[in-house]
Ligand binder design. Structure first.
Ligand SMILES: Nc1ncnc2c1ncn2[C@@H]1O[C@H](COP(=O)(O)OP(=O)(O)OP(=O)(O)O)[C@@H](O)[C@H]1O
Ligand SMILES: [Mg+2]
Length: 452
């Protein structure tokens, strides 16, 4: 039931209005002063307000603007004394929904209220839709596919952390999209007009990484003929992405920790403290906790990095993403190879959906590129997929690999027992022999698995 708040100091008028509106099946709240009206507006959240413009304790235009603040979408109808049209006009300019002059025509009032309530509902609807649109606009940056609930959750976290200065640790198997997520965090951050410097800690030879990251002074080592700033200095005011952080040398980790703690470091062979303002995003496909246990990764650095960690799930745990990703990649490679490919055949899609993707999204991307090159028509067919996908073990075996273990064992038992019974024409002694179990065990299992 819609709720109407009446603010009116004339008690007779107040009671007439409220009785009339109640009888019209609306819920009514009454206030005989502006301050009570404001309190009720806050506590009861009405769908419509009727307010007298002349109240003893507050100027009408002041009350109107307070009410608009508290109830931005609620229509407010002003009641004015006859003849004060100028006042009414200024109230309308201030955002009142309508005005009525005393004596009030109750039919007119009813029509106005009904119309006002309808408008309010529409406005609320529009607002909700707009909010939803904004959300959706965010959750699908054009180059990032996130159809699955799991990836959507990752994006929600990304959105939340991006605008902070927090160090972010991105975890996930190889090819899951750690780098693309790191880029997104930088893009959504306040540093997005500053550099994003990417460093692959595993790709730079151990001895060189320190001077790459922190720079060196002239003569620091053989070959250092000039002094050179490191990547941390180049990333100043921006973001540095330390990829494969799990591969960083343990001695160098100490220096990194110092930067994270003090924002300062010295170049190799230098003594001067250099201050930088750099946000760090790190990523690894290694299990850092295990590396800590093996004393290959500093525990203090781990905790420092782990303040905010994001785990990108492997593709096999978010199969809803497979088709949209594949389509996305087909578009991309279709443009690259000038081929107009419309989609994927059902059979080919099935092969993709039952595959485990040890190489995750990167593997899917490679499969898509290869398929676009091979495709002869406007659809990707099974023969355009790599042979290992086409002759892979039957999908039921594949299913066994993903079911929870107890379920998988049940399935396997069911399958083997049914096969054995078929082969032995239903003779249990023979079937038990084939399975290498006793007849009693077989009977027990038949019972347990509901195969009788
Ligand atoms: N959600 C996604 N939407 C679109 N493309 C994606 C998505 N996730 C990953 N990719 C693409 O897949 C490829 C691999 O992603 P990325 O390099 O970010 O993975 P990674 O986790 O850093 O891999 P690695 O551990 O091998 O370095 C890239 O080409 C990337 O653009
Ligand atoms: Mg990577």
């Amino acid at each position: 039931m819609d709720k109407i708040l009446i603010i009116e100091d004339d008690l007779d008028q107040l009671s007439i209005l409220s009785q009339y509106l109640k009888q019209k099946k609306w819920q009514v709240e009454q206030a005989n002063t502006a301050s009570k009206g404001i309190d009720l507006a806050k506590s009861t959240n009405p769908d419509m307000v009727l307010m007298d413009y002349k109240l003893p304790d507050l100027d009408g235009s002041e009350l109107l603007s307070r009410l608009k603040e508290i109830l931005p979408l609620t229509p407010i109808i002003i009641i004015t004394a006859f003849g004060s049209i100028e006042m009414a006009v200024s109230a309308l300019k201030q955002g009142a929904y309508h005005y009525l002059t005393k004596p009030i025509n109750l039919d007119e009032l009813t029509v106005l209220i009904e119309r006002g309530l309808k408008t309010k509902k529409l406005e609320e609807e529009v607002k909700k839709l707009k909010a939803k649109l904004n959300e959706e606009k965010f959750s699908t940056p054009p180059n990032i596919i996130a159809q699955s609930e799991k990836m959507k959750q990752v994006l929600v976290l990304v959105q939340k952390v991006a605008t902070t200065e927090a160090t972010v640790l991105i975890l996930g198997e190889s090819g899951t999209g750690k780098e693309i997520i790191a880029e997104l965090i930088h893009t959504l951050s306040l540093r997005n007009n500053q550099p994003l410097i990417k460093v692959n800690c595993a790709a730079i030879p151990k001895g060189l990484l320190e001077s790459e990251l922190f720079g060196h002074e002239k003569g620091a080592f053989t070959g250092a003929v000039k002094s050179k700033p490191g990547l941390f200095e180049l990333a100043n005011k921006g973001t540095i992405f330390l990829d494969e952080i799990g591969d960083m040398d343990i001695e160098l980790q100490a220096k990194l920790l110092r930067v994270l703690q003090n924002n300062s470091f010295t170049r190799v062979g230098g003594v001067k403290e250099i201050k930088v303002d750099v946000r760090v995003i790190a990523a690894t496909n290694k299990n850092l906790e295990q590396l800590v246990q093996e004393q290959k990764f500093r525990e203090d650095l781990f905790w420092r990095l782990n303040v905010f960690s994001l785990t990108i799930p492997p593709l096999r745990e978010r199969k809803e993403d497979i088709e949209p990703l594949f389509t996305h990649f087909i578009d991309k490679f279709g443009q690259k190879y000038q081929k107009n490919i419309q989609g994927i055949s059902r059979k080919a899609l099935e092969l993709l959906l039952t595959y485990e993707f040890p190489g995750n999204v990167r593997e899917l991307e490679n499969i898509a590129e290869r398929a676009v090159i091979l495709a002869e028509g406007d659809k990707i067919l099974p023969q355009d997929l790599p042979p290992y996908l086409q002759n892979k073990p039957s999908s039921s075996l594949n299913k066994l690999m993903t079911l929870p273990l107890p379920k998988a064992l049940d399935e396997l038992e069911k399958y083997r027992i049914t096969e054995a019974l078929k082969l032995s024409h239903g003779i249990q002694t023979k079937a038990a022999e084939l399975l290498g179990i006793s007849e009693r065990t077989l009977r027990y299992k038949l019972n347990k698995l509901g195969l009788k």
